[in-house]
Design a protein around this ligand. Structure first.
Ligand SMILES: Nc1ncnc2c1ncn2[C@@H]1O[C@H](COP(=O)(O)OP(=O)(O)OP(=O)(O)O)[C@@H](O)[C@H]1O
Length: 794
């Protein structure tokens, strides 16, 4: 969208906001009872055919007045503008501290008037519970139902999912929503499903959820698989490879391949040829996993080893990754690398990416302090436009230019000097680091300098929030990772304003400008004074990974000069061309992660269509009271496929097929078989079909009532589809690990993946037809004295 259109729209939103503000006196005069009664009136008007858009102005004015009466907070003009942007299905960029939580009450109330299916999504359970509790009072006061979809940390209670999803408004996290969606689609009866639709989602910190988390799909794992013994042996082989000859790493060290020589070396170790051929698929897959484990996953960064166990870490905040899993088998490969006991690998049963989860909503919107930098991607993938909402009071925070050094050490010393100065003046400082190890390092330095400080080592979100809340008190020094305590309001303590407000010190530039901005935004909230500054060096991770070659050479030369005393330690790099490096590396880091996100989406595209098909089919199985047409279709597909894919059929082939899929006690009718034209597929399928119908009738006769038989049909078909589908999902997970490495052979990995996933899906269908038929016709039934029937599947 160009600026002109954006401005035009914003002017329109401003106008509407003014209408809403102008309505205030009308509702101010109402009694509580009358104001609360508006909800009933609005609902009635919706029933009578009006739309949410028709009601917006009045409903927002009501919500605003309710906010004021119940919470003592009356949304400002700019918050109303933000709220209009949100109802219209956009992203509202609102700076930190502008009160996004309160802003959300307006669109959530309005959309909640239509009942179930409205979600406010936050990045962690702590925020979901906190906001649901605080804002919930208003919704309830107005007569809507609201629930938190997650429990507070450490709570042992069980969540009542039926109650949650029956509420008009649900505050929950992205992962909890995603898992519930997947679990619902593993349910075997309609009554054990909880969700009631995806109408409206308002995502708080939308950039963090839709961009930063987009690469990690949610996976539900189920029954353990037969353990492979290849993890240890492939790990040994990969450890023996020559890093410079046999292996190639991408510049950003995020990908690794075997070179041609590497493949040959391994072939000769194993004494085989054709390692890339289908014959050695499993071996090769394990080699790829061992390669990734050894070259891409660094101990204490990507994971820690504690008590003989490998625990994955979220690199950004050092928190153990919850609910997310590395791709099939990678965890085991890391265990083999570390020489700890290789755990049992479980089967992937269901998976969804956040991109596709949120695309299911009829209307999507989001809030963030920092979205403008990624406007294009939001529009392209989610069809979301970004509007910047002006701040309530002008921002007076000063964002200083980076201070740049050659080495990490110089940078750290200089930043500690600045922190010390602030500490001596009792000015609060928030030190933002890019990794857990860096935060630990700063904490040790602070200790050495005798600076009392808090270290946010990501143990608990609630605790973090409390510490961050205090980060604006006089003399408070807080060392944190970039994600820690997001969404928590930092209020300035007494006398802090006079000292310049909160000082944010970034110890390196992050993977994207957007995240830098998030960090800066911790200071100078709601018109408070504040400063932000980043200390950077040529040894920073982002520069090493994405910097041009000359920077590396230059760094070496300079480093040597520092060692020999030719260059003064701690001298800053001030030339313009150095400053530009940071900008360049950040742009290329952003481009790299963007392209990865697009790739995740491409990978998931075919799978998404397949998943939708299967989930729809499951729904039909659960909802329909007549499954006969589906069963007929299954039988037809099965026999037609059999007839079409088998040539030169013998009578034994045909009787075998009948034995195995429909009738253990089949007595071949020699006369009919002899007269069957086995070269004619349609004759064969007709023949088989008659047999099938016959067996089906016999099975039906074992049931006395229709309801029982319907239940039996449903159960068997769902079991058959789930078994086949889960096998397919798991296959695809494994496939991904292998094809992403095929780019060595100059093939397009996404294309390869899509091709194979289509094939795997076709195979899945065949398995399903066979199993469904088998389960339907060959299950044994045992009658219990109480009238129940136990089904034993073949
Ligand atoms: N209209 C208002 N009147 C008075 N106070 C308000 C108003 N709106 C918000 N506040 C207060 O401003 C503070 C910041 O609000 P909030 O934490 O929702 O900001 P935010 O935009 O979500 O920040 P972050 O980006 O950190 O999540 C809170 O203490 C809140 O109570």
């Amino acid at each position: 969208m160009n600026n002109f259109r954006e401005n035009f729209r914003l002017r329109k939103y401003n106008k509407i906001a003014q209408q809403i503000i102008d309505l205030a006196p009308k509702y101010q005069q109402m009694s509580d009872h009358e104001l609360q009664g508006q909800t009933v009136i609005f609902k009635q008007r919706l029933q009578d055919g009006e739309t949410l858009d028709d009601l917006m102005v009045e409903a927002y004015a009501v919500a605003r007045e309710a906010d004021n009466r119940v919470l003592g907070l009356e949304p400002y003009f700019v918050q109303v503008v933000g709220a209009i942007i949100l109802h219209d299905g956009n992203i509202a960029e609102m700076k930190t501290g502008e009160g996004k939580t309160l802003t959300a009450t307006m669109p959530m109330y309005l959309n909640g008037l239509l009942g179930v299916g409205n979600f406010l999504i936050t990045a962690n359970p702590y925020l979901a519970v906190r906001d649901a509790t605080e804002m919930g009072v208003v919704y309830r006061w107005l007569g809507l139902t609201i629930e938190a979809g997650v429990l507070p940390e450490g709570s042992d209670d069980e969540i009542n999912k039926d109650q949650v999803y029956a509420a008009d408004i649900v505050y929950t996290t992205n992962s909890s929503l995603g898992f519930d969606y997947l679990i619902d689609n593993l349910a075997s009866t309609k009554s054990s499903q909880h969700m009631q639709g995806f109408r409206y989602a308002l995502i708080d910190e939308v950039d963090s959820i839709l961009l930063d988390m987009a690469q990690t799909p949610l996976i539900i794992s189920g029954a353990p698989k037969v353990q492979s013994n290849l993890f240890e042996s492939t790990d040994r082989i990969v450890k023996m490879l020559d890093r410079d000859v046999d292996v190639k790493l991408s510049d950003d060290t995020k990908k690794a391949w075997f070179t041609e020589t590497g493949i040959q070396t391994m072939e000769s170790y194993f004494g085989i040829t054709g390692l890339l051929s289908p014959k050695w698929k499993e071996l090769y897959r394990h080699l790829v996993l061992a390669l990734k484990a050894n070259y891409l996953y660094i101990r204490n960064k990507a994971y820690v080893v504690a008590d003989g166990e490998v625990l994955l870490l979220d690199e950004a905040n050092g928190r153990a990754l919850e609910g997310t899993q590395l791709e099939s088998g990678l965890h085991q490969a890391i265990e083999a690398k570390e020489g700890v006991k290789v755990s049992t690998q479980s089967r992937a049963m269901a998976s969804v990416t956040y991109q596709n989860l949120f695309r299911m909503f009829k209307k999507l919107s989001g809030m963030s302090g920092t979205a403008k930098t990624d406007v294009k991607e939001f529009r392209q993938i989610y069809n979301l436009n970004v509007y910047t909402v002006p701040t309530h009071k002008p921002t007076i925070r000063q964002d200083h230019p980076d201070k740049m050094f050659v080495t990490n050490k110089e940078k750290i010393y200089a930043s500690v000097d600045q922190i010390k100065q602030a500490y001596d003046q009792k000015r609060p400082v928030l030190i933002e680091t890019g990794s857990v190890s860096m935060s630990n390092l700063y904490s040790r330095l602070m200790l050495r300098e005798g600076i009392v400080h808090n270290l946010l080592n990501a143990r608990s979100e609630a605790k973090e929030a409390r510490i961050v809340e205090e980060a604006g008190q006089p003399g408070a020094i807080t060392v944190a990772t970039s994600m820690a305590g997001r969404g928590t309001d930092i209020k300035l303590g007494p006398g802090v304003k006079e000292k310049g407000g909160l000082l944010v010190v970034g110890t390196e530039r992050m993977e994207s400008e957007r995240i830098d901005n998030q960090l800066r935004g911790r200071a100078g909230r709601q018109g408070d004074p504040g400063d932000s500054i980043f200390y950077v060096s040529l040894e920073d991770k982002i520069v090493v990974q994405h910097g041009p070659k000359w920077v590396k050479r230059f760094r070496k030369t300079m480093d040597a000069e520092i060692q020999s005393g030719k260059r003064t330690f701690g001298k800053r790099l001030v030339k313009h061309r150095f400053k530009r490096i940071i900008h360049h590396v950040q742009v290329s880091a952003e481009a790299a992660s963007r392209s990865e996100r697009f790739q995740t989406l491409e990978y998931d595209e075919i799978f998404r269509v397949q998943r939708d098909t299967i989930y729809q089919f499951r729904d039909q199985m659960m909802q329909n009271d007549d499954l006969q047409p589906f069963i007929d279709k299954i039988f037809t597909d099965l026999v037609e496929d059999f007839a079409a894919t088998h040539h030169d059929l013998t009578t034994e082939d045909i009787t075998d097929f009948i034995y195995n899929t429909m009738n253990y006690n089949y007595v071949p009718n020699r006369y009919r078989l002899a007269n069957l034209d086995r070269d004619d597929p349609s004759a064969v399928s007709n023949f088989l079909m008659q047999e099938l119908q016959h067996c089906f009738k016999q099975q039906r006769a074992k049931f006395t009532d229709d309801a029982q038989f319907l239940y039996y049909e449903r159960l068997t078909i769902l079991k058959a589809i789930d078994n086949a589908w889960i096998e397919h999902v798991d296959n695809l997970q494994q496939l991904k690990a292998v094809v992403t490495n095929r780019s060595t052979a100059q093939r397009n990995p996404v294309y390869e993946y899509q091709k194979e996933s289509k094939m795997s899906f076709e195979k899945m269908k065949q398995t399903f037809w066979q199993n469904a038929t088998k389960y339907l016709l060959l299950s044994t039934l045992k009658y219990q004295p109480n009238g129940k029937i136990d089904v034993e599947f073949p």
